[in-house]
Design a protein around this ligand. Structure first.
Ligand SMILES: C[S@@+](CC[C@H](N)C(=O)[O-])C[C@H]1O[C@@H](n2cnc3c(N)ncnc32)[C@H](O)[C@@H]1O
Length: 262
């Protein structure tokens, strides 16, 4: 789904044209702090210097070819099962090294980690080094926005969801790929977090109800649930077929939520 979304930040006008440009653009989106590394953003816990994804980009990316191979294929299969219903163009927020974006045909990705984006770029993804909370793309720029194993790492999930709602078209869809707290996989990640794991110490694993409540607050109506990864941690032997309902036994849940327009 390669596309050229309307980005107001990239065409920052000369200062003497600022007011005129702001009027034309509707919103002065370029005044969001950037580049990300140079500033200490208020409320940002995961800055560029301390991001585990920045420092351990190669290790993160190699997981997909090694122990994560079957897990990744199982998750991709669940996400593929919903693609036909999604309007274009597509964006992934928290695109990381672009593994899912490449597998699913998502042309554009955003992420604060420059190191991961370097890898994503090599996979043919058009990338932007930003946080999902930032106002960056034009209103109603996308038909579908993906957030795959990312909501648990952002500083403000509700702000990210609200921003996604803003950049989605009126019939646009949000596609969430999550590990929910009720699942046996979440217990594994929570234990890792307690033990100070380099990645999971930064994660907040949300419950089903917390996600559903945040989606409603951000202006979304849930439309569809897909569950997969019923094999237990450490026992994954095969790629699973996704099931079209929510199950607390699933290690990976896909939620489709539509922009709720009155
Ligand atoms: C577990 S990785 C998932 C990456 C990719 N979606 C995947 O599944 O491979 C979480 C990603 O969230 C990104 N991230 C952290 N804080 C973020 C924020 N505020 N906005 C957008 N992405 C963020 C990280 O840099 C990282 O790439």
């Amino acid at each position: 789904m390669i596309s050229s979304p309307n980005i107001l930040t990239n065409s920052r006008p000369r200062d003497n044209n600022l007011k005129r440009y702001a009027k034309r653009a509707g919103k002065a989106l370029w005044n969001t702090p950037s580049p990300y590394e140079k500033q200490k953003l208020p409320g940002v816990g995961l800055n560029m210097k301390s991001s585990p994804f920045n420092e351990l980009a190669a290790a993160y990316d190699s997981w997909f070819d090694e122990e994560g191979k079957l897990i990744f294929a199982t998750e991709v299969s669940a996400l593929q099962s919903v693609l036909a219903s999604l309007p274009e163009p597509w964006l992934e927020i928290g695109v990381g090294s672009g593994r899912f974006a490449q597998a699913l045909g998502i042309g554009t990705g955003l992420d604060p980690s420059g190191k991961l984006l370097e890898i994503a770029k090599k996979r043919g993804i058009k990338t932007y080094q930003r946080r999902g909370e930032e106002r960056f793309f034009e209103e109603e720029a996308f038909g579908a926005v993906f957030l795959i194993v990312t909501l648990c790492f952002v500083d403000s999930p509700l702000d990210v969801l609200r921003e996604i709602n803003r950049i989605l078209q009126r019939k646009g869809k949000l596609v969430l790929g999550l590990v929910l707290r009720e699942s046996p996989w979440a217990q594994l990640y929570l234990t890792k977090k307690e033990q100070g794991d380099r990645f999971y110490k930064h994660a907040t694993i949300h419950s089903y109800q917390e996600i559903v409540d945040d989606l409603r607050r951000a202006g979304f109506a849930t439309e569809k649930f897909v569950s997969t990864l019923f094999q237990k941690p450490g026992e994954v032997k095969e790629i699973e077929t996704p099931r079209e309902y929510y199950s607390s036994d699933a290690g990976f849940v896909v939620i489709i939520a539509r922009k709720d327009v009155c």
